[in-house]
Design a protein around this ligand. Sequence first.
Ligand SMILES: Nc1nc2c(ncn2[C@@H]2O[C@H](COP(=O)(O)OP(=O)(O)O)[C@@H](O)[C@H]2O)c(=O)[nH]1
Ligand SMILES: [Mg+2]
Length: 210
Amino acid sequence: MESVNETEFKPRKEENFLKIVLVGDSNVGKTTLLNALAGSGETGRGYSVSLEIPIEIKKSDEKKTVIGRIYDLRSQRYFPFLHSLYYNNAKGAIIVFDITDKNSFKSLTKWRDIIWGHVGNIPLLICGNKTDLKNSNEEHVLQQEVLVLTKTFSENRAMKTTYIELSAEKRIIAYSIEKKEKSQLKNIYPTIDAFRNPFVDWIRELVKKI
Ligand SMILES: Nc1nc2c(ncn2[C@@H]2O[C@H](COP(=O)(O)OP(=O)(O)O)[C@@H](O)[C@H]2O)c(=O)[nH]1
Ligand SMILES: [Mg+2]
């Protein structure tokens, strides 16, 4: 079992870090997603990945770099006393489900309530993972039902809940607001930047809202 280290969840340079928590049922692919976003980069001690997003401050010509840091609870989920610490100061949350696992989709509302219960109504990004398994004959979670649900999550919110359908393992973005068409999954070898892009866009929007 991994050791418990409270400082893991505390950003180092408070003002430049934007804390984002990664949640969802077991086995949906949270850790795989974190590793995919990190690319060949650092995942620190395995708990988090930094996405560096330069943003310009309007008042001056100065360019400030805001770093969106995504935290994975990993095995620390077994330590309930750490949960408040995990969510504390989060400015956004990514909730992952597995499109081949309807129960993980049903859990989205539970995760939303847990997050909002801990830190208030922070913006949410929903990720439907394992889109690479979509071509099998099994019944999967439909994109339309996800969009209907994310719409209800967006009511009266300053920032709408976003949906991205992807394969963390194959590093494919199948759906995002910018890319509404379902991609042809074969013959696509996206770069790490292409995979990160919708996440970067979402974090950039987050920065504008706070
Ligand atoms: N086919 C497929 N499998 C995936 C994908 N992402 C993760 N997995 C698999 O799902 C399992 C759980 O992944 P993991 O990242 O450990 O899930 P976590 O418990 O949410 O952190 C592993 O066997 C992964 O290889 C994906 O995009 N496609
Ligand atoms: Mg994991």
